[in-house]
Design a protein. Structure first.
Length: 91
């Protein structure tokens, strides 16, 4: 029983990581998050422009797949930071 208690105590305490390691990593992750956001906005603007031009010229192209691809990439980029923050204490 004491072995199980000791294992549980070890798993519940997060590892202490020095600020010298996480400071530059947080800076890099912040820049990457901003770049992903800018790329997502630019992608949506490009797809929206192509959709508007297709409607104006009368082309019947399917742009929904491109829109969903950009939106999927935005969701992956937006959830990457919180997932890393959630998993980091266990590493």
């Amino acid at each position: 029983m004491s072995l199980l208690y000791a294992a549980n105590a070890v798993m519940d305490t997060p590892l202490a990581v020095s600020g010298a390691v996480t400071g530059p990593l947080d800076t890099v992750l912040g820049w990457i998050a901003w770049l992903v956001t800018a790329a997502g906005v630019a992608g949506l603007l490009i797809v929206g422009t192509r959709m508007a031009l297709a409607v104006k010229t009368g082309d019947g192209e399917e742009h929904l797949s491109q829109f969903l691809t950009v939106m999927g990439a935005c969701v992956i980029g937006a959830t990457a930071g919180p997932i890393v923050s959630f998993v980091m204490p266990w590493l």
